[in-house]
Design a protein around this ligand. Structure first.
Ligand code: DOR
Ligand code: ZN
Length: 344
């Protein structure tokens, strides 16, 4: 008999962009509806580099998210690392419970990353301190060298940068965010237990043909860009493997429709409205629904050293038709139908 409903411990989103202002108010309720907590990316303009800015942003997010049905949504804040990162400020924010982790964007790798790190040597003292206090480092793992083919930038980052980082900082917790390649899945699988990865719904569903299906498809464009089918299959296998190193991180990254449908469109996919339904279809197709709760609700908190959530959420086997627009934005799977429905 096929399963008619799926109840799991309330999950968390270990990587999301909630933006600020009107956009924050428009998108935060969707994340708060499905997830108890979320790791919120700091790539605002200007970036979130001080404890005061992170604390104020956290207050704005909590107000925008409102209450979800059982619990209050908890935003988990991150510090945006720059060449000028101050280990003392970082440690203070961590000790005060404002910052849960810090994010490394190689300068100019993606949206609002112009203030990112240009030289890892500049942040070595910061990484030493993070290692000492047990604060995780979250990495956008792509090199920015324009001579490197965009489809190779993640694999080259692993080769040139990540291997050395893991070796030099053996006790530093590292999350390779939104992995997209076979190389990343293998690297994380083979790495020590200090290294983990998040996986988005789009990198489980799409390969690079999606970018050009019948014409140019800006709503399939995110960074790291979706890859060949062999890579998608490797990332899917990692997600459903049951390994505690792989966990849910949507990378939901809303942009206004005119910023996506443009001669120079922004990278990012707004997947928050139906994130759990989207992931569940993948786990079902892989015959791995028994691994879904670990991926969505257990591996992340265990890696971060945080308690598992109380309460549950339920998905029912029923069609969800994804609207063409949600909150005025084009959501992931717009106009498609998914075989699971999130129950309020
Ligand atoms: O597609 C993406 N969008 N990838 C990122 O790394 C950043 C994000 C954004 O902020 O829009
Ligand atoms: Zn992101």
């Amino acid at each position: 008999m096929t399963l008619q409903s799926l109840t799991i411990r309330r999950p968390d989103d270990w990587h999301v962009h909630l933006r600020d202002g009107d956009m924050l108010r428009a998108v935060a309720p969707y994340t708060a509806r499905q997830f108890a907590r979320a790791i919120v990316m700091p790539n605002l303009s200007p970036p979130v580099t001080s404890v005061a800015a992170a604390s104020a942003y956290r207050t704005r997010i909590a107000a925008a998210a409102g209450r979800n049905s059982e619990t209050r949504f908890t935003p988990l804040m991150t510090c945006y690392l720059t060449d000028a990162a101050d280990p003392d400020e970082l440690a203070r924010g961590h000790a005060e419970g404002v910052w849960v982790a810090a994010k490394l964007y190689p300068a100019n790798a993606t949206t609002n990353s112009a203030h990112g790190v240009t030289d890892l040597a500049a942040i070595r003292p910061t990484l030493e301190r993070m290692q000492a206090i047990g604060m995780p480092l979250l990495i956008h793992g792509e090199v920015t060298d324009p001579d490197i083919d965009i489809f190779d930038r993640e694999a080259v980052f692993i080769d040139r940068i990540l291997g050395g980082l893991v070796r030099d900082f053996p006790a530093l917790k590292i999350v390779l965010e939104h992995i997209t390649t076979k190389e990343a899945a293998e690297f994380v699988t083979d790495a020590p237990a200090t290294v983990a990865a998040t996986i988005t719904p789009q990198h489980l569903h799409l390969n690079r043909n999606a970018l050009f299906a019948g014409g140019l498809r800006p709503h399939a464009y995110c960074l790291p860009v979706v890859k060949r089918e062999a890579h998608r299959l490797a990332v899917r296998a990692a997600a459903v493997s049951g390994s505690p190193k792989f966990f849910l991180g949507t990378d939901s990254a809303p942009h206004a429709v005119d910023a996506k449908e443009s001669a120079c469109g922004c990278a990012g996919i707004f997947n928050a409205p139906h994130a759990l339904e989207s992931y569940a279809t993948v786990f079902e197709a892989e015959g791995a629904l028994d691994k879904f709760e670990g991926f969505a609700s257990e591996h992340g908190p265990r890696f971060y050293g945080l308690p598992l959530n109380d309460g549950t959420v339920t998905l029912q086997r029923a069609e969800t038709t994804v609207a063409d627009r949600v909150a005025g934005l084009v959501p992931f799977h717009a106009g498609e139908s998914l075989g699971w429905r999130f129950m309020e």
